[in-house]
Structure formats: structure tokens, C-alpha cells
Design a protein around this ligand. Structure first.
Ligand code: C2E
Ligand code: MG
Ligand code: MG
Ligand code: MG
Length: 294
């Protein structure tokens, strides 16, 4: 390997590529197995707090894979694989059932009722019959009332949505399920589709939130999105809120809910339940600001 020539360079490159392909194949097989059994795929829950009350009004279910040898794998490392292999359908079904069951269990345990938000992949929207059937069965087997379930579709999914997707969205909405647009602002920003879409919520993407205290453009965008969403009768969630400074500006911009590490990281079920049981509220940032102006 010390001596580089065209041929061996090429060989080495091929070896790396096939290692990666091999790796993917192994991981795919293991994901397939994980989906057969119980226990390896878990959901963590990230609270969303209302800026009006400071309280938890919703949680977003975020999947993690507790791999037998690699530890806890974040979704970015296996959702794309699941999408490419078609395993996303089974995974999505598992996630929906688990999340609905969890929300119903928490309500039965006497915790304050909250909205359970679940991410859906494009491929799930591409099989409308299966999606509606899965949502129905997740609701009926858990006993969760549909009004407590919210389905998130990303802006890019919704941008490329054929009319059948809109029909499915309407059908889900008729069942009483809520819909939200995730990562808003990262797509092509064709605002006219918002009018056609039967959604309830917009989630302003983290990329606008992260620099909001230093980038006046990001603040202007957040204000405009919030104002427009309200005009359309939608609620606005800010994603990825990490600091009190960001929170203050987003509140001023008119956001209704915040989600991010500042309030809470995604939590395992028990930790999330404790937070709800403790009636956790946002740190009293309002008071501090009021005191500053006295
Ligand atoms: P997302 O739906 O936009 O979820 C928010 C992501 O931002 C989560 O990453 C969350 O942990 C992270 N986050 C939240 N607050 C903060 C913050 O203050 N700072 C920073 N830096 N990050 C924050 P996570 O859990 O790694 O999930 C990544 C993505 O994977 C999700 O983005 C979603 O697109 C996808 N995903 C997660 N669970 C599922 C699932 O069950 N099904 C499908 N189809 N996709 C999922
Ligand atoms: Mg999401
Ligand atoms: Mg997002
Ligand atoms: Mg910027």
C-alpha cells in the first residue's frame, strides 16, 4: 500500500466501497430482525411546551434503535436505510402502534392529556390504503382518541404530494387526526400548497431557529411564517430551541409552541412521564424579562 499505482488505488477504492455495501447489507438484515422481535426499537419523546401556559401540550415520538452491539443508533443512521429497503413501512407501523399505546397508557395513568406527534416517511404516504388502515388499527388497539394523534409530514413530502396524498390527508382529518408540516422552510417554499393542505400546524425548521439571535433574516422569516400561519388558522411550533434568547425572540415572533433542548431533550418514556407528572413548565423567562424592564 506504500507504493501507490493506478491499479492498487483502484483496488483499494473498490474494497472500501464493497465494505460499505457489505455493512449496509448487514445492518439491513439486522433491522429486519429487529422488526420481527420486540425490544430493539424504542421511542423517545420530546416535549413541546405552550408559550401561553408554559406547560407540555404535546410530545414528538422519535425512534431509536438499541442495537445489540453498537448501542443506541439515532434515526439519521437507519431511517434512510429503512426507506431504501422498504422496511420503513413495517417500522412506521411499529412506531405508530407504540406511540398511540404510550399516549393512551399515560392518559389512563392519570397524566394530563397531551398530543402525540408521529413522523411519517414519504413512502408511507405513497401507500395511502395501508397508511389509513395502520392509523385506524393503532387508534383502535390502543383506545386512543384520534384528536390526540398528530401526524407529521415533511415539507418535501408535501411538496411532491400527488392529489391522492391530499385525499388521504382529508380522510385522516375526517377521522379526527391532526396533521402538521415538519421542517417548514427547508423545501421550495411554494406557499400556495399550504392553502390546499388540510394541516393544523407548521413546524419552523431548526435551521431558522439556530441563528435567530444573530441573523436578522432568520428573525424576519420566523415572524413572517408565524403571521402567515396564523392567518391560515394554523398553529406554529419552533423546532430546535436551545437558548433563552432564541425562545424570547420566537415568542415575540408569535410562535405558539416550542420544542428543543432548552425545554427538554427527547426522553425515554419513564423520564417523559415524570416530567408530565411533575407538571413541568418552561423556565420563567417571562418573569425575568419583566423584571429587567422594571
Ligand atoms: P425531526 O422530525 O425534525 O425531529 C427533530 C429532531 O431534532 C430530533 O432528532 C431531535 O432530537 C432534534 N432536536 C430537537 N431539539 C433540538 C435542539 O434543541 N437542538 C438540536 N441540535 N437538535 C434538536 P432525531 O431524534 O435524531 O431525529 C432526526 C430525524 O429522524 C427526525 O427529524 C425525523 O425526520 C426522523 N425520524 C425520527 N423518528 C422517526 C420515525 O419514527 N419515523 C420517521 N419516518 N422518521 C423519524
Ligand atoms: Mg418531526
Ligand atoms: Mg423537524
Ligand atoms: Mg441564516
Amino acid at each position: 500500500r506504500a507504493v501507490f499505482d493506478q491499479a492498487s488505488g483502484f483496488q483499494l477504492y473498490r474494497a472500501i466501497l464493497s465494505d460499505e455495501a457489505h455493512e449496509r447489507l448487514i445492518l439491513e438484515g439486522q433491522l429486519h430482525e429487529a422488526l420481527q422481535g420486540a425490544g430493539q426499537l424504542e421511542l423517545h419523546y420530546q416535549p413541546q411546551a405552550s408559550l401561553a401556559s408554559g406547560r407540555i401540550v404535546a410530545v414528538e415520538a422519535l425512534v431509536r434503535w438499541r442495537h445489540p452491539t453498537r448501542g443506541l443508533i439515532p434515526p439519521a443512521q437507519f431511517i434512510p436505510l429503512a426507506e431504501a429497503s422498504g422496511l420503513i413501512i413495517a417500522l412506521g407501523e411499529r412506531v405508530l402502534h407504540t406511540a398511540c399505546q404510550q399516549a393512551a397508557d399515560w392518559q389512563r395513568a392519570g397524566l394530563p392529556a397531551i398530543t402525540m406527534a408521529v413522523n411519517l416517511a414519504s413512502a408511507q404516504w405513497a401507500q395511502p390504503g395501508a397508511l389509513v388502515a395502520t392509523v385506524r388499527s393503532a387508534l383502535s388497539s390502543s383506545g386512543l382518541e384520534p384528536q390526540w394523534l398528530e401526524l407529521e409530514l415533511t415539507e418535501s413530502t408535501s411538496m411532491h404530494a400527488p392529489t391522492t396524498t391530499i385525499e388521504v390527508m382529508k380522510q385522516l382529518r375526517k377521522m379526527g387526526v391532526h396533521l402538521s408540516i415538519d421542517d417548514f422552510g427547508t423545501g421550495y417554499c411554494n406557499l400556495s400548497y399550504l392553502k390546499r393542505f388540510p394541516v393544523d400546524k407548521l413546524k419552523i425548521d431548526r435551521s431558522f431557529v439556530s441563528d435567530i439571535t444573530t441573523d436578522p433574516d432568520d428573525l424576519a422569516i420566523s415572524r413572517t411564517v408565524a403571521a402567515m400561519a396564523h392567518q391560515l388558522g394554523l398553529e406554529v411550533v419552533a423546532e430546535g430551541v436551545e437558548t433563552e434568547g432564541q425562545l424570547a425572540l420566537l415568542a415575540e415572533a408569535g410562535c405558539d409552541l416550542i420544542q428543543g433542548f432548552y425545554f427538554s431533550r427527547p426522553l425515554p418514556p419513564d423520564a417523559c412521564a415524570s416530567m408530565m407528572a411533575d407538571r413541568a413548565t418552561l423556565p420563567p423567562w417571562r418573569k425575568e424579562r419583566e423584571q429587567q424592564t422594571l
